[in-house]
Design a protein around this ligand. Structure first.
Ligand code: IMP
Ligand code: MG
Length: 191
């Protein structure tokens, strides 16, 4: 029988793959609580729909929606950028559209990270075609770099350096999404 492949299965093991923790679980929780309060105030009395992008955005969505105190709906869209590793190559493919009509609704696009901005740009264009009453962006992270796409981010969690990060929904080759913090992966792991 073949030797079983060693897999790091729990966050304690996964944490050992980090060069450093960039944003702790507590810092994420504090910031998201404040974002939720701000969104609840701004959208009071409006027909709010939070739309997140699979797969990376779902952890942020799950926490953010529980910090929003006003009624709202959620939707998921799918996008995959043509990359499996750590460097963006540019092309974005939409893999899933919204299930319910968002025409006339106040849409807030909830994304994990604004890197080049290509994904958000494509999803933003797609959602505009559905004629929402308004369309704004809430991004947990934004990389400090000359972005390819210039999109206004209405709600932002953190500006970070242009480094490859994992955790809290963000993956490297589909791993590390379950880390409760955001961290910088050890270089040796992706060489
Ligand atoms: P974009 O370059 O802004 O289009 O980013 C596209 C997608 O790449 C994001 O939605 C993430 O899924 C992924 N991504 C970008 N930067 C990182 C990173 O530092 N770590 C993990 N995934 C990333
Ligand atoms: Mg990814």
């Amino acid at each position: 029988m073949n030797q079983p492949q060693k897999v790091t299965a729990n966050p304690v093991d996964l944490l050992q793959d980090l060069e450093r923790v960039l944003i702790s679980e507590g810092e994420l929780a504090d910031r998201i609580e404040r974002l939720g309060a701000e969104i609840s105030r701004d959208y009071a009395g409006r027909d709010l729909v939070l739309i997140s992008v699979l797969k990376g955005g779902i952890v942020f969505l799950a926490d953010l929606m529980r910090r929003i105190t006003i009624p709202h709906a959620i939707e998921l869209v799918g996008a995959s950028s043509y990359k499996g590793g750590t460097v963006a190559l540019g092309g974005v493919r939409v893999t899933k559209d919204v299930d319910q009509s968002i025409a006339g609704k106040d849409v807030l696009l909830v994304e994990d990270i604004y890197d080049t901005g290509n994904t958000l740009h494509v999803i933003h264009d797609l959602l505009r075609l559905h004629n929402p009453a308004s369309l704004e962006i809430c991004a947990l992270l934004r990389k400090t770099k000359p972005q390819v796409q210039k999109l206004g981010v209405r709600y932002l969690g953190f500006d970070i350096d242009d480094v490859f990060v994992v955790g809290y929904g963000l993956d490297f080759k589909e791993r590390y999404r379950n880390l409760p913090c955001i961290g910088v992966l050890k270089h040796a792991l992706y060489e």
